[in-house]
Design a protein. Structure first.
Length: 324
């Protein structure tokens, strides 16, 4: 393949998923040549944007490495992952297979191919554990409390090694809780989609524990902006792991109780909550200090009220047949 005139060649792994599909769309909008790699285990073929080349494949496959070696990519944006904390606890070897072995498969190929920049999706919600400081800066202690968090942190360590030893250019995006259109209601990461779907079905919203646990909710459009900015930002050589780690969050904490209230209000429907036992191992509080990203010109553009309303309307429009 040869580089497209006026744009860059970009590979988005996990580009049929919730966040990855939005990122792929954004690269296309700015004129890049985009290839999406996704196993479709969780991603959906209909999420792949028009204009993108689609390759159905697991990131652990030899074919994924061959695609990078032969693809002439300027950017590899790696969103594909095993991202369910509960799955990682039940089967840590599988979690490591996808999140570590899969990453190394792509990294070795990217090094051989001379990829200009590798964008890695880490997690600000798990690598810090239960932090002492909130909003939490990138320099905070890394104390993951699940195998998923361990593999995400290991991925950053591998990338830092490739940067120091092989000169690979990379950034690690430490997302807070991302929500927005296309969010999947299946799995623990999709509380906004889960609540929205239950509202549409006139089912009570399950609140685990007292509901005062908090999260930092950032809209997927703001996450996309961070991806585009850091795809091309001029960054100095890293002297530490955190020099290439960027928190992507609002710094604002919202409790589960408040989230439920806001979503019910956004829906314009009646809704109720039901309390259930607290889930063991769940983080109590999480919010991210994105000051380093803000210093590069990024800022979240959507308020939580606006974003939740938009997300609910999208879920409502796509769920008519199901909730009828």
């Amino acid at each position: 393949m040869t580089k497209t005139e006026g744009g860059q060649r970009v590979l988005v792994t996990g580009g049929a998923g919730f966040i990855g599909s939005h990122v792929a769309e954004a690269y296309l909008r700015r004129g890049d040549d985009v290839t999406v790699l996704d196993s479709l285990v969780h991603g959906k073929r209909e999420n792949v944007p028009d204009g993108a080349r689609f390759v159905e494949m697991d990131v652990r496959d030899d074919g994924a490495a061959a695609l990078i070696r032969d693809g002439g990519f300027d950017i590899v944006n790696h969103h594909a992952a095993q991202m369910d904390v509960r799955v990682s606890v039940d089967d840590p070897r599988f979690d490591a297979s996808v999140n570590v072995d899969g990453l190394l498969n792509l990294l070795e190929a990217s090094r051989a191919a001379g990829v200009r920049r590798f964008i890695y999706v880490s997690s600000g919600g798990v690598v810090y554990g239960e932090p002492e400081t909130r909003p939490t800066p990138e320099s905070a202690a890394k104390l993951p409390e699940s195998p998923y968090g361990v593999t995400k942190l290991a991925g950053e360590q591998y990338l830092y090694y490739y940067h120091r030893v092989h000169g690979m250019e990379y950034v690690a995006l430490r997302y807070s809780n991302v929500y927005g259109p296309r969010q999947d209601p299946h799995g623990e990461a999709g509380v906004v989609a889960i609540f929205s779907t239950r509202i549409l079905r006139n089912e009570p919203l399950a609140i685990f524990g007292d509901g005062e646990q908090t999260r930092d909710y950032v809209h997927v459009a703001d996450v996309v902006d961070a991806n585009l900015l850091l795809s091309d930002a001029d960054l100095p050589r890293a002297g530490s792991l955190d020099d290439r780690g960027f928190n992507v969050g609002t710094g604002v904490e919202t409790s589960v109780n408040e989230l439920a209230r806001l979503l019910i209000a956004s829906s314009g429907r009646d809704g109720e909550t039901v309390q259930q036992p607290a889930r063991p191992g769940e983080l109590r509080h999480s919010s991210l200090d994105a000051g380093r990203l803000r210093s590069l010109g990024w800022a979240p553009r959507r308020s939580l009220d606006t974003g939740l309303g938009e997300t609910f309307r999208w879920i409502e429009s796509t769920s008519t047949a199901e909730v009828g």
